[in-house]
Design a protein. Structure first.
Lengths: 134, 135
């Protein structure tokens, strides 16, 4: 477990929870990133606040980079896997009505049976595919 | 006001994704890949996010309405249907293939990485397909 980073994980996770909580307390909305970004692109109703949320998502790492001088992260190579993975993630979160944020954090917190089921399933298939391939 | 709130919410979530390194697909694959170098960091990211969100949620949901909106907008579906099960399994498969879920992929857009941009383009196409072909 030499790669384990408990402190940044706990602080970062708290920020994720806080951001999602702000959207709920002020706007009464569930902070599901796939649902909000998808509706921002393909639904006219409520587009402005959804685009603002996506703008915040895009700006977050720039803020972290401005505060922490040695902040960097890796990105995937352009190959067929990223295309297949992107399609699976898009279709899957579309049909499944959510991703790690909407189901995994907001839905589990609300004790939603649908979100608990979804999270168990995507954790299972995610670990299965990653462990077989990597 | 809803626009400023939404921007701040997205900004904080994404700052958390970046600071916890969940923006890095290799970090996420370190959790999803079960081997001798297994990295449990993602468990703590979720645990902290759940602790903060669930505490606030259960304290606040008892109120009549949110601070800046007329009513809460919560998902109404209750049944464990076929789209939920198949969709979640497919999503996990894509997540395990590259290590990206929607938040970290969108957060990494400013990297300008061709792999990230291609993933996002394919994900957006997937969202479009899921809307046109409901199961």
């Amino acid at each position: 477990m030499e790669n384990f980073t408990p402190f940044t994980a706990l602080i970062g996770g708290s920020l994720i929870g806080l951001g999602a909580l702000i959207l709920f307390v002020f706007s009464g909305r569930i902070a599901g990133i796939s649902g909000i970004a998808g509706a921002a692109l393909f639904s006219r109703e409520g587009r402005s606040w959804r685009l603002a949320f996506v703008a915040g998502i895009i700006a977050g790492p720039l803020l972290v980079g401005a505060v922490i001088s040695d902040f960097s992260y890796s990105t995937p190579q352009l190959n067929w896997q990223v295309i297949v993975a992107g399609l699976l993630v898009g279709i899957g979160t579309g049909w499944g009505s959510g991703c790690t944020s909407g189901h995994g954090i907001c839905g589990i917190s609300r004790l939603s049976p649908r979100s608990i089921t979804a999270t168990v399933l995507f954790m299972f298939s995610g670990m299965l595919v990653a462990t077989l391939l990597h | 006001m809803p626009i400023i709130i939404a921007f701040i919410a997205g900004l904080l979530m994404s700052a958390g994704i970046a600071y916890s390194q969940m923006i890095d697909p290799n970090k996420v694959l370190g959790f999803l890949t079960l081997n001798a170098n297994w990295d449990p960091s993602l468990v703590l990211v979720m645990a902290a996010a759940l602790a903060v969100y669930s505490t606030g949620y259960w304290l606040f949901v008892k109120k009549d309405k949110p601070l800046f909106a007329e009513h809460f907008s919560l998902p109404g579906k209750k049944d464990l249907d076929k789209p939920l099960v198949i969709g979640s399994l497919l999503f996990g498969a894509g997540w395990g293939l590259v290590g990206y879920c929607p938040g970290p992929a969108l957060a990494a857009i400013s990297s300008g990485s061709s792999g990230t941009l291609a993933f996002i383009a394919a994900m957006v196409a997937g969202w479009f397909i899921s809307r046109k072909l409901p199961i």
